[in-house]
Design a binder for this molecule. Structure first.
Ligand code: GAR
Length: 208
């Protein structure tokens, strides 16, 4: 059984999808053992507590430098014996120490179809604002491994979602969550926990 540590910053609906998927055994061979938040007031922490999952808070601003923060987060993840780290709405960029300690063992959910609408500055509602401003007709979500390039790691799963006339960023965000994020993130986590994802030449190949 793989230990899954989930990093959060906000509402935690993706965390909830993971908790529900663990209960309904959509996630096979994995257990959420700890939830770590960058924000002490994140509602995601309540979701963890309601499900008797251990929690911790780590804030970048409590450290003198980004390097110290990076080292502390890497140590915390090692102390929690994480086999897999999931970024579920985690709004702080990870440092080199965490990324190298968990190479191809960190999964992020991004609310667009990478390589569109991704990279620096594209997070949360900003992504959906940019999608609407450009007028694309299809968006979606991407579950991918995290490497040193922002939103640039191997892609595990993607799901497309229709953009509709009259969408606001909030309405579109909700549709992308419901139709894509809450489905593909638990599936990608389950595939990882079952050892069904191989990385070949920086491409994630999922066993059929
Ligand atoms: C989600 O839409 C997630 O994809 C996005 O933030 C939201 C968090 O919601 N993450 C990013 O933009 C990361 N670059 P949640 O806290 O309800 O899961």
């Amino acid at each position: 059984m793989k230990n899954i540590v989930v990093l959060v910053s906000g509402g935690g609906t993706n965390l909830q999808a993971l908790i529900d998927a663990e209960k309904s055994e959509i996630i096979k061979n994995g257990k959420i053992t700890c939830v770590i938040s960058s924000n002490p007031n994140a509602y995601a922490l309540e979701r963890a507590k309601n499900n008797s999952i251990e929690t911790a808070v780590i804030r970048k601003k409590d450290y003198h430098s980004f390097d110290e923060y990076d080292k502390a987060l890497a140590e915390l993840l090692l102390e929690k014996k994480a086999d897999l780290v999931v970024l579920a709405g985690f709004m702080t960029v990870l440092g080199e120490k965490v990324i190298s300690a968990f190479s191809n063992r960190i999964i992020n959910i991004h609310p667009a179809l990478i390589p569109s609408f991704c990279g620096k500055g594209y997070y949360g509602l900003y992504v959906h604002e940019a999608v609407l401003a450009r007028g694309v007709k299809v968006t979606g979500a991407t579950a991918h491994f995290v490497n040193e390039i922002c939103d640039g790691g191997p892609i595990i799963m993607q799901k497309a979602v229709e953009v509709k006339n009259g969408d606001t960023p909030e309405i579109l965000q909700r549709r992308v969550m419901e139709q894509a994020e809450w489905r593909i993130l638990p599936e990608a986590v389950s595939l990882f926990c079952q050892g069904k994802i191989k990385i070949i030449n920086n491409i994630a190949v999922v066993e059929e």
